[in-house]
Design a protein around this ligand. Structure first.
Ligand code: ZN
Length: 542
């Protein structure tokens, strides 16, 4: 039992904006009171936040391992975590290894993270790595919008059976949500194509368009009552002029919920790379008026990154543009994956627009409960650089200094210099914790009320938001002090959130012969066994 005494509490789920009060902890949960004489943390003058929740990151699985193997140069330069009595070894850098991932997230006050892209076919590997990632609670989204079994059912107009297949695949992957990546485009990529026009049939189909995939999946996810809405990576990621695709996609949802992933990569105007400009205002205007939507920023920071995505055709284009290394994986009939190491440069006009657009969306989208802090790690920047973005959001003068360093030619293409909004600490607590927890449907996360998980980040006050949020005084996970002044004090395993949507068990009679005909793996070996997960928590679909 523990009393955290006299800190300023930032708990937006309960409207607490810097209110001085004690937080009491027993058995890993927040409780109303604890008896006198139990352990105390003197938090006078300190700032208390719910532990951070990352709604979209890439930290585990086959694609990550492929990226780690492809970038030994990053790993050689990266921070090394040496074994101590409290800590396992690991390597940092843009694609940290599993133990290091847990230390780096917890080290800046994050206690729950969601791996955004998992094929069922390699989900066992993902769960093994998630189990190896200490301290954090986790969950993952399974890739669905290019699964040929599903596309065939949409072609036949059999949406009811598609719904049962979706539910079966979610449980087979032991996933928490569903991710759509470049709907139809990844399937087409296996024959060298893409799906750029939203209402044109995907190659190989006459009745399936990207818009149909999006609207069908979003409706299915809502009908299955999956707590997190369809997690949507739109078509034409990264391409100049793609904001029209993003608007078309959002309109196709017809009121169904969706989480727009890494929106920064989908908010560009212009006709080509020479004319690319920000269209964050148009995207934010539509978004602000449609409460069925949430999003994460997918902000870009200058420096080294590794782009990892199921969006195979985009990655091939990025490889052609940069001449950097390129890795490609086709995941049988489910999805694909591409990897290209990348460096964002302030002197590069395209990169400068991207850097501005991420910040612009965070400043133009009015409701902080609907946009969350991410960098689409490690695509836009590494997650451990989040505090740099927090500082820019909180300090308009500092932001203006950074804008001055951009090439002058970029200024007419962005709106960032006109934006004077500054985030409060309360709003930072929303975009880093309370908001993403709500969008994930995790009632015990992102808040500090009685009954919540005792995941708590405690910071020193500092006018430099970057310094403040990079070095918490304490981080508690499930009521245990796991980080103190930057040192790992305690390392426990995390838990994993999954869902078990209902489906007709006879759907297996439909799927089994398809597997025998088409898959390289037997049907019985395909689903992830529940026992493989160390501490699964089955979240209700209701
Ligand atoms: Zn992503």
């Amino acid at each position: 039992m523990l009393r955290i005494k006299g800190g300023k509490v930032y708990d937006p789920a309960h409207g607490l904006n810097g209110v001085v009060q004690d937080i009491c902890v027993a058995d890993g949960k927040i409780v109303a009171d604890v008896p006198p004489g139990c352990r105390e943390i003197d938090a006078a003058g300190l700032f208390i936040f719910p532990g951070g929740v990352d709604i979209h990151t890439h930290v585990a699985g086959a694609a990550l391992n492929f990226a780690r193997a492809m970038t030994p140069e990053n790993q050689r330069q990266a921070t090394k975590f040496f074994h101590t009595a409290k800590r396992r070894t690991g390597i940092g850098g843009p694609t940290p290894t599993t133990f290091a991932t847990g230390y780096l997230y917890a080290g800046m006050g994050y206690t729950t993270v969601f791996e955004a892209a998992v094929p069922v076919l390699s989900a066992k590997h993902t769960h093994e790595e998630l189990s190896d990632t200490p301290i954090l609670d986790k969950g993952c989204c399974v890739l669905m919008a290019n699964n040929e079994i599903l596309l065939d059912l949409l072609q036949q107009g059999d949406v009811e059976r598609a719904k049962h297949v979706v539910a079966w695949l979610i449980w087979a992957a032991k996933a928490y949500g569903v991710k759509a990546v470049n709907p139809g485009g990844v399937a087409a990529w296996k024959w060298g194509g893409n799906a750029s026009a939203m209402s044109e049939p995907v190659s190989g189909y006459s009745q399936v368009t990207p818009l149909k995939i999006v609207s069908s999946l979003a409706r299915i996810i809502d009908e299955l009552k999956i707590p997190h809405p369809l997690h949507l990576h739109c078509n034409n990621l990264g391409a100049p002029g793609n904001y029209t695709t993003t608007l078309e996609t959002m309109k196709a949802l017809e009121g169904n919920r969706a989480h727009m992933a890494h929106l920064q990569f989908h908010a560009y105007g212009g006709d080509d790379w020479h004319t690319m400009r920000s269209e964050s205002q148009a995207i934010a205007d539509y978004f602000n008026a449609h409460p069925n939507l949430t999003c994460d920023a997918g902000a870009v920071l200058f420096g080294n990154a590794v782009t990892i995505t199921a969006d195979g055709p985009w990655q091939h284009l990025l490889y052609q543009l940069t001449g950097r290394k390129w890795g490609n994986i086709d995941v049988e009939n489910e999805t694909g994956c591409g990897i290209v190491p990348y460096s964002y440069k302030g002197s590069n006009l395209v990169n400068a627009v991207q850097w501005a657009v991420g910040l612009e969306l965070l400043l133009l989208i009015k409701d902080p409960w609907r946009i969350f802090l991410t960098t689409d790690h490690p695509n836009g920047a590494c997650f451990w650089r989040y505090p740099e973005i927090i500082h820019m959001l909180m300090n308009a003068a500092f932001r203006r200094e950074r804008v001055k360093k951009l090439p002058e030619k970029v200024l007419p293409r962005i709106v960032l210099p006109d934006l004077n909004r500054e985030y409060s600490l309360y709003e930072i607590a929303i975009i880093t914790s309370a908001g993403p927890a709500r969008a994930l449907g995790l009632k015990n996360k992102g808040q500090l009320g009685v009954g919540a998980d005792a995941d708590i980040a405690i910071y020193h006050e500092n006018p430099d938001g970057e310094y403040m949020f990079r070095y918490p005084r304490y981080v508690l996970k499930g009521g245990e002090v796991v980080v103190e002044d930057g040192e790992i004090r305690h390392q426990m395993g995390g838990r994993e959130f999954i869902v078990h949507p209902s489906y007709d068990p006879k759907i297996e009679d439909f799927l089994r012969p398809l597997f025998q005909q088409q898959y390289t793996m037997s049907f019985e070996n395909y689903p992830v066994e529940l026992e493989r997960l160390e501490h699964p928590i089955i979240h209700p679909c209701e």
